[in-house]
Design a protein around this ligand. Structure first.
Ligand SMILES: Nc1c(NC[C@H](O)[C@H](O)[C@H](O)CO)[nH]c(=O)[nH]c1=O
Ligand SMILES: CC(=O)[C@@H](O)COP(=O)(O)O
Length: 156
């Protein structure tokens, strides 16, 4: 059986954007740091990495659409932090952000990852932004690095 999977390495010329929802920036700043660190450690060049900032997770799909439509990027890493409050707002924001990212991704056929935290508590978010559970921003970047290599494997 032939197994086809992407390697965790970049060629060095890949142009990647991070789309970050600034809401809960105490958390999302750490997710961006993790994503950037993963990009550089896997062979990416800092001049090929753009950071696109939007107010919150709800606006991520819009920025993702514009970034991919521009043709400037080989892949996009989305990060954000939706943390439950006292009203049902959490359910709507997290659902729309997730659905929006998925819908836009399918439109362009380029690797996109979803590093948007959806947590019940700030503690859970802290644990996923570079402490006990890891850094979901770094994981999201590593995902598109693997997917970029898989795409090139499949395109051969
Ligand atoms: N509560 C959170 C939000 N809310 C803001 C929305 O994302 C959006 O910016 C607003 O509704 C205006 O359109 N955003 C997050 O990223 N995280 C939250 O916890
Ligand atoms: C995810 C949210 O929108 C949430 O943080 C807002 O908090 P609240 O539901 O208390 O207004």
């Amino acid at each position: 059986m032939k197994i086809i999977e992407g390697k965790l390495s970049l060629k060095g010329d890949e142009k990647i954007a991070i789309v970050n929802g600034r809401f809960n920036h105490i958390i999302t700043d750490r997710l961006v740091e993790g994503a950037k660190d993963s990009f550089l450690r896997h062979g990416g060049k800092e001049e090929n990495l753009d950071l696109i900032l939007v107010p919150g997770a709800f606006e991520i799909p819009f920025a993702l659409e514009k970034a991919l439509a521009s043709g400037r990027y080989d892949a996009v890493c989305c990060v954000g932090a939706v943390i439950r409050g006292a009203t049902p707002h959490f359910d709507y924001i997290s659902a729309e952000a997730t659905k929006g990212i998925a819908n836009v991704t399918l439109k362009y056929g380029k690797p996109v990852s979803n590093g948007v935290l959806t947590t019940d508590t700030i503690e859970q978010a802290i644990e996923r932004a570079g402490s006990k559970v890891g850094n979901k921003g770094a994981e999201a970047m590593t995902t598109i690095i693997e997917m970029l290599d898989l795409y090139s494997e499949l395109g051969k």
